[in-house]
Design a protein around this ligand. Structure first.
Ligand code: NAD
Length: 363
């Protein structure tokens, strides 16, 4: 089996789908790995390290994809790149085929066996392949660092000759994978951290990280461990209590999401107006519209004394470790169907059957 990996084409994307470490393991599985020169440079993996790992360096994307039975990527290739794939090849990455009709069409035209990893069931067995989780961890970590950087305050408490500085109060909205990492990071920086989520079971997880669960009296556990949408009444009650509480908060990191939907709007313009001057909001949900009504995706600006940041693709800003984790996720997934140097899909394996796109008719 020949595996192709190219430099990511999306603007600002520094991650790479295979590292020297995972290339070595793919080669050990009997694969020939074709990697485009410079593919790892954004994440600081030099070409020589790939060569030392047994990968074959090739000049460009066409050479990496040409003849490859399997292509690994971070973000979905555009339609032109998909045109370089061998007909019938397998493609693994964060593909979001439904997000772009041209992409979906290109994939189908070339009969690509696509595995959009965001469709992977979130079972225990799938954890080692879960790119949503590994990348959310980096994003949550970076979001808190950005909040600390933008804040005109210290995060920790300081007792100094110039008097005592009170610790910053940090609120993390949404305590999934990114939110829990944000809570842990905020604690390490010495902030007083609170976390809040509509899934009641996260209280324990927040507390185990040393955070405090902010109880707004609303619970909305949905299917498959995800949140469901709130009813209008639930939302109104949540909003009223939250607005009151935010008057005492110095920094907010927003991470709330509902799969397949725009981000829930949780922090209103009126709530921002009620916050203390010098407060900071870092809205990780900016990619899907933001949890704060005032978030401008990709921008940082000040509104009535509050700095609001809507960073995009934070995982890429930690490209080295994000790639290490992403590439291991991919390696583990590829291990489901590459054996003895050949591809063999077992469609009875739910991790393959539920992830493949387009969906296969049941056998
Ligand atoms: P996500 O990115 O979809 O959402 C982030 C968080 O926002 C979630 O915790 C959600 O409950 C919360 N949220 C949604 N609407 C909200 C609202 N109106 N107000 C406040 N919070 C709101 O979630 P995720 O981080 O990808 O994962 C969610 C959960 O799935 C995890 O915490 C975990 O329990 C489970 N999970 C399981 C596995 C596994 O077993 N393989 C892997 C990853 C995640």
């Amino acid at each position: 089996v020949t595996i192709g990996v190219a430099r990511e084409r999306a603007p600002g994307e520094k991650r790479v789908a295979a590292t020297p470490e995972t290339c070595k393991k793919l080669v050990a599985l009997g694969a020939v790995v074709q990697i485009e020169r410079g593919a790892g440079s954004g994440a600081h993996f030099p070409d020589q390290a790939y060569a030392d790992a047994g990968a074959q360096l090739v000049a460009d994307q066409a050479a990496a994809y040409g003849g490859a039975d399997l292509v690994l990527c971070v973000q979905a290739p555009d339609a032109a790149s998909i045109g370089l794939l061998k007909s019938g090849a397998a493609l693994v990455g964060s593909l979001q085929p439904q997000a772009d009709p041209a992409r979906a069409e290109a994939l189908q035209a070339r009969q690509i066996v696509a595995f959009p990893l965001e469709k992977l069931p979130r079972t225990t067995r799938a954890q080692a392949m879960d790119v949503l989780s590994s990348q959310a961890g980096m994003a949550g970590y970076k979001a808190v660092l950005i909040a600390a950087q933008l804040a005109p305050r210290f995060f920790p408490m300081l007792t100094t000759a110039a008097g005592t500085i009170r610790p910053s109060k940090l609120l993390i909205i949404g305590a999934g994978v990114a939110g829990l990492q944000a809570i842990a990071t905020g604690k390490r920086l010495g902030a007083q951290v609170e976390g809040f989520d509509v899934r009641p079971e996260v209280r324990e997880q927040i507390e185990s990280l040393g955070g405090k669960f902010l109880d707004l009296g609303v619970s909305a556990a949905g299917e498959g461990g995800y949140a469901r949408q709130l009813t209008d009444e639930e939302r109104a009650e949540q909003q009223r209590r939250l607005g009151e509480h935010l008057k005492s908060i110095d920094a907010i990191v927003c991470t709330a999401a509902v799969p397949g939907r725009p981000a829930p709007k949780i922090v209103s313009a009126a709530m921002v107006a009620g916050m203390k001057p010098g407060s900071v909001i870092v809205d990780l949900a900016a990619e899907t519209g933001g949890n704060c009504e005032l978030t401008r995706p990709g921008e940082t600006y000040e509104q009535s004394g509050v700095t609001i940041a809507g960073p995009l693709n934070l995982a890429s800003s930690g490209a080295m470790h994000a790639s290490e984790m992403y590439a291991r996720n991919l390696l583990n997934f590829v291990g489901l169907f590459v054996k003895d140097g050949a591809i063999a899909f077992d469609w009875n394996d739910e991790l393959l059957a539920k992830t493949v796109w387009p969906e296969r008719a049941a056998a």
